[in-house]
Design a protein around this ligand. Structure first.
Ligand SMILES: [Zn+2]
Length: 442
């Protein structure tokens, strides 16, 4: 607290950080000046180029699919503490004409029920995290089997079929092997499973390995415990597989135009990190193929947190629209922009997102107070620093024309289909924590 103003001496104003010794450093000083500086006339210094979009210039997409997931760790009270993780994912199919009739701020429960009726698919599973024993094998083996069985068993194997469809590029005419991966038994590299295989024997240790081992969950596990990365990544992989199952089913329909009339929405970025990025080349390849044969697949991911969401929040107020009736705008982020403006690391040698991303980023601002970070696949990756531009994002115009009818005003930057999927996949629809604890005791 500063000294209070007296009659003799001028009032002291306290710098929030001024008492720290470390401010003798010029670098720290400059940071603090920036931190404490109250800019009375703020402006956007990020060189963001916003483009106006006329919503009547493209036909909105009439069918919407949205996927979301959640997971929760549950511990027992006894000692040693046992811990399991429940994972839940949901895929919603929404008819846009029905959705349009609903008041997005105060949805009528009966109309909402009509939209949701029979339109959601769930997937749930449980992972042992700590001290949970099964006579069938140690935790490491248990998690590998649970992953294989849970992907395989649901919806008569439809999600597992999608994993195979992706792994073996089944939209094409080739018969490729699976990506290479580390053997879960001996850690030697397996050069890939033969085309369409569900399992095979490791050439080094002769033990059996599953197609689901290719994804790489075992690299995040030890003999007796699994890290929380496992349920979290399982959720991400299942969200992707469920959404791609909808894509695959529409892709294989007799009416070849149908798949291009859908908007597929995923909560979160279109990227997979570390060992899980093995699936990224196949995803890119599919979207490229679909584009090239004239059957574009419209898919978006929405990033609600992270570097891009923070950056957009800091600049959105400077962009149009400033008034309710102004046209919406968007800005496609080139790799150069991402490095320079979002991450402030312009000199990194490796191209942005080359291993991990199957979607590129864009900002959209639909209304003065509604803006969001979206990801859209471009097809194959391009390491040009000026890539992508608006022409590179698959189906950008139809996606933009669809967005205005999907926005929700309940949360900042919310999309109604994600909100609905989230409601179904969220913790509130889990059995109560007490029941989960009983499971953990078994
Ligand atoms: Zn092996």
């Amino acid at each position: 607290m500063p000294y209070q103003g007296g009659s003799r001496l001028p009032t002291e104003t306290a710098s929030k950080l001024g008492h720290l010794k470390v401010i003798q450093s010029d670098w720290v000083k400059s940071l603090i000046e920036d931190f404490e500086y109250n800019d009375s006339d703020p402006k956007d210094e990020s060189n963001t180029v916003w483009t106006e979009f006329d919503v009547t210039s493209a036909i909105p997409l009439p069918r919407i699919f949205a996927v979301d997931g959640s997971w929760v760790p549950v511990s027992s009270d006894n000692y040693p503490k046992k811990e399991v993780a429940f994972v839940k994912t949901a895929l919603m199919c929404i008819d846009k004409t029905k959705l349009d009739k609903i008041d997005h701020e105060n949805p009528h429960p009966l109309l909402l029920q009509d939209v949701l009726n029979g339109s959601a698919l769930f997937h749930t599973t449980v992972f042992p995290l700590k001290n949970v024993k099964t006579p069938l094998g140690n935790n490491y083996t248990a998690v590998r089997h649970i992953i294989r069985d849970s992907i395989k068993v649901d919806q008569d194997g439809a999600y597992y079929e999608t994993l195979k469809w992706l792994t073996y590029s089944k939209w094409g005419t080739g018969k490729p092997k699976s990506p290479a991966f580390e053997c879960p038994h001996c850690s030697q590299v397996i050069p890939g499973l033969p085309y369409d295989a569900d399992e095979a024997l490791c050439a080094s240790c002769k033990e059996s390995v599953f197609l689901t081992d290719m994804i790489g969950f075992h690299l995040d596990m030890e003999d007796e415990s699994a890290s929380t990365t496992v349920p979290n990544t399982y959720m991400l992989i299942m969200e992707t597989l469920m959404l791609l199952t909808a894509v695959r089913i529409f892709w294989n329909k007799q009416d070849k135009r149908l798949v291009s009339s859908c908007l597929f929405i995923k909560d979160g970025p279109l990227s997979l990190n570390s060992q899980y990025s093995k699936l990224v080349p196949a995803l890119r390849d599919f979207f490229e193929h679909a584009k090239n044969v004239g059957r574009p697949v419209h898919l978006i991911g929405q990033e609600k947190t992270g570097a891009f969401a923070d950056h957009l929040a800091s600049i959105a107020r400077f962009a149009s629209p400033q008034h309710q009736d102004d046209p919406m705008t968007y800005s496609v982020l080139s790799h150069k922009y991402v490095r320079k403006e979002v991450y402030r690391q312009p000199d990194l040698a490796n191209p942005y997102g080359s291993r991990t991303n199957w979607g590129e980023k864009l900002y959209v601002k639909l209304e003065p107070s509604w803006y969001a970070v979206l990801n859209i696949p471009p097809g194959l990756y391009n390491d040009n620093t000026n890539f992508p531009t608006s022409n590179d994002l698959i189906g950008l115009s139809r996606i933009l024309a669809t967005l205005p009818s999907l926005i929700s005003r309940k949360y900042e930057g919310a999309l109604y289909p994600i909100e609905l999927a989230n409601g179904i996949a969220s913790m509130s629809s889990y059995p109560s924590a007490k029941v989960l604890q009983l499971f953990a005791k078994l």
